[in-house]
Design a protein around this ligand. Structure first.
Ligand code: ACM
Length: 542
């Protein structure tokens, strides 16, 4: 345990006298929570209490662990000061105090990441005497989980919220719907989950693979599950941004309610939840009835998710059915549009106004820039940096998540052993050297970069262990990019980061994370004979 092993790296930290001193946590160590920090105290007692077996009884200010809000600090900033008498965590808000508590956990060593004491005889835990002053670089430090392609049961989501919190990430972008599954209970439309939440079989590997997993796959979150997830996230100062993907990526919804599709082009009653990968041509009909249906969906979504931002997808919507649909063409005429391409902007524009009228803000994938976007809407820039540059220059807030850099479904090594290799090789070092802010932006434009996000698409991640393998250790490097004040990529100290990772792997071990070892996949992490789709060569720079 050493404060120089922290991940993500803090802004500033120094040892303070006594030289090589420590504060020792033991049975007598009290915990004092000043007003506004009670929930952080609950987390700390629950988590560190479980790992250490120590009670952390209610204490007085001045000794033991002291949590306090200091309004002089920025909202997510904290100061962690350890001397011979006390551990003080001051935060600009409860969130700052919480991030400081996460740092304290790292200072206690890897066993602090376990759920019960491994050594019943151990009575004391030493913390070095340090002062750490820290604050995040970005306010949006996100992870997108695709729970549509493969369902991640609720316990897995709660576990990911804990893993995010341990890395000081604060936005879970929850990709809840897609062609291959609808994962959220909507009371008004029960068939969305009765029909839309499962498929009879699943393509095993990339879509060109001849293999099928011949068993039904499915699952969904009830509304109480969602409430629990949102509350659990909130206790960890994580916002859950729900995504309901429209007007493409909607085959599961159309399978459940065939009237949502382009019924004059295909027999939508014959559709089922998609069992293959790719981009389904079966998209929503651009009809008023579709808008009303989704307003009903979003009404329940808004009840469940307090997030200011609501994600409406908007990516990869093939226009072929709209081109062939007499009803869609009539709509184009009636709206005075130049063609079916513009129906997409009309669709997104409707929900932008609808969400804005309800005090929320729309966010969507960068395709929503095509055809114009209302000023308050924000963009997830995924097709490289260009969308982010265009959005920021047009005055839109943007979250940078370029697929060439931070799509964690992309393989992390060029070796033949990588399970179902997809996309570019993006190593731990590549992610560490990822720079979210496009250098061509002026400082004024760059203020629109809310932050950054790593995206996890799960077509070839059939269970939580596969998700862990793709996400870790790279999420640790991503967390450093999102939180720490790193220099420009060529100047970043990867050797130093790797040294800190030695300690961090022990934390991940204690947390039970099935990461990719630096030496390559373990035998059971391989998927011999399952076809992927690797892309050769380095990704384009921009
Ligand atoms: C995306 O990767 N289709 C946003």
């Amino acid at each position: 345990m050493d404060f120089e092993d922290l991940i993500p790296a803090p802004r500033a930290g120094r040892r303070v006298p006594p030289a090589r001193g420590t504060f020792t946590l033991d049975e007598a160590t009290a915990l004092h929570a000043a007003p506004g920090t009670e929930r952080v105290a609950r987390w700390l007692r629950g988590t560190l209490g479980a790992a250490t077996g120590l009670p952390f009884a209610e204490g007085r200010e001045g000794s033991g662990i002291v949590l306090r809000v200091d309004p002089e600090l920025a909202p997510e900033a904290y100061r962690l000061a350890v001397d011979g008498h006390a551990i003080r965590i001051d935060g600009g808000s409860a969130a700052g105090v919480f991030w400081g508590a996460q740092t304290l956990r790292q200072l206690l060593g890897p066993d602090a990441f376990r759920r019960a004491p491994v050594d019943p005889a151990r009575r004391t835990w030493d913390v070095p005497t340090v002062v750490i002053e820290d604050a995040p670089r970005f306010r949006w430090r996100g992870l997108m989980l695709d729970v549509a392609r493969h369902f991640l049961p609720k316990d897995g989501v709660l576990r990911y919220l804990d893993l995010m919190a341990a890395h000081k990430l604060n936005v879970l972008h929850f990709h809840l719907t897609d062609d291959q599954g609808w994962r959220i209970e909507i009371r008004k439309y029960p068939r969305l989950t009765e029909v839309g939440s499962w498929r009879a079989r699943t393509k095993f590997g990339h879509r060109a693979s001849p293999l099928w997993e011949q068993k039904p796959h499915g699952g969904h979150y009830t509304q109480d599950d969602i409430r629990e997830i949102v509350a659990y996230a909130a206790e960890r100062h994580i916002t859950v941004v729900p995504e309901i993907d429209v007007p493409g990526h909607s085959q599961a919804a159309i399978a459940a309610y065939p009237e949502l599709g382009n019924t004059d082009v295909i027999d939508t009653t014959a559709l089922s939840v998609w069992d293959d990968w790719g981009i389904s041509p079966n998209v929503l009909a651009p009809a008023d009835s579709t808008l009303r249906f989704y307003e009903g969906v979003f009404e329940e979504v808004l009840e469940l998710f307090p997030s200011r931002f609501v994600h409406v997808g908007g990516d990869e919507c093939p226009k072929d059915q709209w081109r062939r649909s007499a009803a869609a063409q009539a709509r184009v005429k009636e709206l005075g549009l130049a063609g079916e391409e513009e129906l997409q902007a009309w669709f997104i524009g409707h929900f932008d106004r609808w969400l804005t009228a309800r005090g929320r803000r729309l966010i969507g994938w960068d395709e929503i820039l095509e055809g114009g976007l209302a000023p308050g809407a924000a963009v997830s820039s995924w097709r490289g940096y260009a969308g982010g540059v265009t959005a920021a220059r047009a005055g839109h807030d943007v979250v940078m998540c370029p697929e060439q850099q931070v799509y964690l479904d992309h393989r992390q090594d060029a070796g033949a052993d990588e399970p179902v290799p997809i996309g570019y090789v993006r190593t731990l070092e590549d992610v560490f050297r990822f720079e979210p802010v496009p250098p061509e932006l002026t400082p004024e434009e760059a203020r629109h970069v809310l932050g950054t996000q790593a995206n996890v698409w799960t077509e070839v991640m059939e269970d939580a262990a596969r998700v862990d393998y793709q996400v870790f250790p790279r999420l640790a490097a991503f967390a450093e990019v999102a939180w720490s004040a790193l220099p420009t990529p060529p100047e970043r100290d990867f050797a130093g980061f790797e040294r800190r990772m030695t300690a961090h792997y022990r934390r991940l071990d204690a947390l039970g994370v099935a990461y990719r070892p630096p030496t390559g996949p373990r035998p059971w992490q391989r998927r011999p004979g399952v076809l992927g789709r690797p892309i050769d060569g380095p990704p384009p720079n921009r």
